[in-house]
Every structure is written in structure tokens, then in C-alpha cells.
Write a protein that binds this ligand. Structure first.
Ligand code: CMP
Length: 143
């Protein structure tokens, strides 16, 4: 069973989209393993977005993600890494299809509501960055 890291960014939290987004993942059939509302430090932002260091939008990205709380989650299910990316839609909300989270709610590439791991390596790295092992809970799931 696969796990992925999904984070509702400050714009999604401020626009009261936590419930709507969690509902989409629950209704799709994935299991929530961990979740927390948290403020990201500059250090954590630097680690999380390390691959974007040096890009023109990096400073803006770090300042936005640390500006206000995010809602960090771990979801589990078959093929959940790719499926979550499909549910989120393209990075730029203006290119994201209707019916996807960014297509339905996103405004700009910088304020695109949500982040999701793009590979199994990123999922493992990001889950470990944001959560301790004991925060990932095991419980029954009724389909
Ligand atoms: P995310 O999935 O969180 O990963 C990196 C983020 O960088 C991406 O979503 C976008 O929000 C942001 N990003 C990518 N390209 C640009 C850009 N050209 N300008 C501003 N932000 C960008």
C-alpha cells in the first residue's frame, strides 16, 4: 500500500478549503494516516523546497509557505501518489482541468492551494520531514 504527502497551502487554509479537500480524498477511498495544522519554519521550507533553490520564484515560494499555517497530511491507498496528483491537477491552476482541486479553486501558480509528492522517493522524504513515525496511525478502514 502506497503513502503520499499532501499539504494544503496557506491560501487553501485561509479560504476554508480544508474540509472540501479532505472530503475529496476520503470519498475517493483513501485512508488518512496523519494530519496537522502547522506553521512551517524557514528551515523546514528550505528542506522541503530544496530542489527549487536558485529558481526565480524560490524566495516568493518560501515566503508564501511560511506566511500562515498549512494543513499537512499523509494519505494511504493503492496508487495514491499518482492519483493524488491527478486529483490536484496541473501545477498552474489556469491549465488545470475543471474537476481537479487546482482547476476548481486555484488562482495562480504561486497560490495553487495544494502540494502533493511527485514520486515515491519524494513521498518518503516529505513524510519523514513533516511527521514522526509514531504520528502515522494504523486503524481499520471500512470500504
Ligand atoms: P508545489 O507543488 O508546492 O511545488 C513547487 C511550487 O513552486 C509549486 O507547487 C508552485 O506553487 C510553485 N511554482 C512553480 N512555478 C512557479 C512560478 N513560475 N512562479 C511561482 N511559483 C511557482
Amino acid at each position: 500500500m502506497e503513502k503520499t504527502f499532501v499539504m494544503i497551502k496557506p491560501d487553501g487554509v485561509q479560504r476554508n478549503l480544508i474540509g472540501t479537500i479532505v472530503e475529496r480524498f476520503e470519498k475517493k477511498g483513501y485512508q488518512l494516516k496523519a494530519a496537522k495544522l502547522m506553521h512551517i519554519s524557514d528551515e523546514l521550507a528550505g528542506e522541503h523546497y530544496g530542489e527549487h533553490k536558485g529558481k526565480p520564484f524560490y524566495d516568493e515560494l518560501v515566503s508564501f509557505i511560511t506566511s500562515s499555517p498549512v494543513f499537512a497530511m499523509v494519505w494511504e491507498g493503492d496508487n495514491v501518489i499518482a492519483a493524488a496528483r491527478q486529483m490536484m491537477g496541473k501545477t498552474n491552476p489556469q491549465e488545470a482541468s475543471p474537476g481537479t482541486i487546482r482547476g476548481d479553486f486555484g488562482i495562480s501558480v504561486g497560490k495553487n492551494i495544494i502540494h502533493g509528492s511527485d514520486s515515491s522517493e519524494s513521498a518518503e522524504r516529505e513524510i519523514n520531514l513533516f511527521f514522526d513515525e509514531q504520528e502515522l496511525l494504523q486503524y481499520d478502514k471500512i470500504n
